[in-house]
Design a protein around this ligand. Structure first.
Ligand code: ADP
Length: 582
């Protein structure tokens, strides 16, 4: 509990940094606001005891003026405190969300792909909301509530000790009842939350796999399962609602006990002349103000249980390690030639299961190098290491003689572009998609890139050309078209080192030739690496190396390698047979 409070306090210091002035102003105005609210019982007492009882009609107008002033103070302090506090806490929420987003961007791909659907969303939005709410509770509501409990108790004690003790005793009973109800209420709330989250994940997943559901003819089974989950949730909802109602009514009941008690006991005191009628009325009013404060403190303590869950979840993401570390002395990568050297590289995804086992290879600038190997041999792994999605266990990767761990990630990824197969397009226009990652781009540049990728003609045939929207609510491109848009994106950036994971996998032979030509042009200024899955792709390569069992087993030119009748020849024949169904 204390550990969590300390953790929360640390977050407060991080995300509310520089907001101490605003928080103090908010706290101060909130206290004035609440104190002003305490005037009502005093005014009532004054009205009854002095104006009515002592017949001082002349004081009615001054009282009215005081009431007016109080209203004005209430209005402005309420407004100011809300304004400064909402601003400070909303900013804290914004910073938390942004921070989490930035950290997750650096987290390993494996960690991210392991997260359940909706999880990222829930943590970035839901948990930060809960934590932000608690900042407010901890820094503003709780101190004010505690202060008021003390102030109101002393006022009551001052007015009449016995009556004050009676009110406090009944309030203690009330607190016990609230505490008694809280635990099952919390259990219900947690269950409801978990169930609702599970159900939303269920729906997303089922519709994502709708094709499978349809082809396996399991629609009815899925719908029945969904209904039974809903029924379970409904049962809990009804129970939780009734229990909540019951607890509320019980509290109201006890509330009435003390008001009747005060009336009964206080009434006798009034009749025997020990207190004035005004004091009795004021007592009733001020005692009524005590209850919400106590309920709020108890509520804060219990809501802390809930916030703890959000806190753990938030911190889990907050502390997630970046997939790769950037050295504090990292320098900008400035490419001269673009020669890439893998030097005795060992790497695997799981400890003890290396994929690359001491791989050494040199990729020459202004050449197209093809990487060939059976599926799962580690071709894409090689590309992922070059853009530092992961770091090797052992060995080094050098660009122009500089270890890539010594350069900034931004400059590395700015110079080395890895185009994955079926590269993802974003929802937005084709223009946005081509320009994505390039910073600024002119119309001429975009058109030239689209032409190079052989995408210009099909784009111009679309209803809105470059401004046609893709993705959600927009157009769905065919795989071949999407691939050409992704290639246009690449040609626009014109990077110095390029890795293409089979650039023509979704293309027909004519488009394929055009793309090959574009890649040949690209090599004039760049080091080009293609992961080849098609027999034709290897033919444009100046150099080929064959990967097997974690190392390079053969390398050379196409004809030379074919003549060796080794692994390359076997893979090539297989690819050919597969491509042309031989
Ligand atoms: P290729 O591109 O040659 O088909 P990959 O480089 O994608 O092969 O994968 C090499 C090996 O590493 C495969 O056995 C694959 O199952 C495994 N692998 C790839 N990515 C991951 C990952 N994120 N986690 C665990 N294993 C992986």
């Amino acid at each position: 509990m204390w550990k969590d409070l300390v953790a929360l306090w640390k977050l407060t210091k991080i995300y509310l940094k520089g907001k101490a002035g605003a928080i103090l102003l908010g706290l101060f105005t909130s206290i004035i606001f609440s104190l002003t609210g305490l005037a009502t019982p005093y005014i009532t007492r004054f009205l009854i005891d002095v104006i009515f009882h002592a017949n001082r009609g002349d004081l009615l107008l001054p009282l009215l003026i005081i009431c007016g002033i109080i209203l004005i103070i209430l209005f402005f302090t309420g407004l100011i405190s809300d304004y400064v506090l909402v601003n400070a806490f909303e900013r804290a929420k914004l910073l938390m969300r942004h921070d989490l987003f930035r950290r997750l961007q650096k987290a390993s791909v494996d960690f991210l792909s392991m997260q359940r659907s909706g999880e990222l969303n829930y943590r970035i939005f839901g948990d930060t909301e809960a934590i932000q709410g608690f900042f407010n509770q901890l820094l503003i509501a709780l101190p004010i509530d505690l202060l008021f409990i003390v102030v109101i108790s002393s006022i009551m004690t001052n007015w009449n000790l016995r009556m004050a003790l009676f009110v406090l005793a009944v309030l203690c009973l009330q607190v016990l009842v609230i505490i008694g109800f809280q635990k099952p209420l919390l259990a219900y709330a947690l269950f409801q939350k978990g169930k609702a989250q599970f159900l939303s994940g269920f729906v997303v997943e089922r519709f994502r796999n709708i094709q499978l559901t349809r082809t396996l003819n399991t629609e009815a089974v899925e719908a029945d399962a969904f209904k039974s989950y809903l029924e379970e949730l409904m049962g809990i909802n009804v129970k939780a609602f009734m229990f909540r109602k019951f607890s509320e009514l019980s509290v109201v009941l006890i509330n009435n006990i003390w008001s009747f008690g005060i009336l009964w006991y206080g009434g006798r005191l009034v009749l025997t002349g020990q207190i004035t009628l005004g004091t009795l009325m004021a007592f009733l009013l001020i005692a009524g103000m005590l209850y919400p404060r106590i309920a709020s403190v108890v509520g804060s303590v219990f809501s802390f249980q809930d916030v703890r869950v959000s806190l753990y979840r938030f911190l889990e993401y907050h502390q997630v390690m970046p997939a790769v570390h950037e050295s504090p002395e990292a320098v900008e990568l400035s490419l001269k030639e673009g020669r890439v050297v893998f030097e005795n590289v060992w790497f695997g995804y799981k400890p003890g299961e290396p994929v690359l086992k001491g791989l050494s290879v040199t990729l020459e600038p202004r050449k197209i190098t093809a990487v060939v190997g059976r599926s799962g041999v580690g071709k894409s792994t090689l590309a992922r290491l070059l853009v530092r999605l992961y770091d090797p266990w052992e060995g080094r990767i050098l660009i122009d003689g500089i270890d890539i761990r010594q350069v900034t990630l931004e400059s590395l990824r700015g110079n080395v572009r890895y185009v994955v197969q079926g590269e993802f397009l974003f929802s937005g226009t084709i223009w946005d998609n081509i320009c994505y990652g390039a910073g600024s781009c002119s119309k001429e540049e975009i058109i030239a890139a689209a032409r190079m990728a052989n995408a210009y003609d099909f784009i111009m045939q679309l209803p809105q050309g470059f401004y046609t929207r893709l993705g959600e609510g927009g157009l769905q491109l065919s795989s071949g078209e999407a691939q050409r848009v992704a290639l246009a994106r690449l040609f626009l950036i014109n990077p110095k080192i390029v890795i293409l994971d089979e650039p023509t996998s979704f293309l027909d032979p004519e488009t394929e030739n055009a793309i090959y030509q574009a890649i040949m042009d690209l090599k004039e200024t760049a080091t080009v690496i293609v992961i080849a899955h098609r027999p034709s792709t290897v033919k444009i390569a100046d150099h080929i190396f064959v990967l097997d069992n974690g190392i390079v087993v053969e390398q050379g030119m196409h004809d030379e390698l074919l003549g060796k009748r080794g692994i390359y020849a076997a893979i090539y024949t297989e690819l050919y047979a597969h491509r042309y169904n031989l």
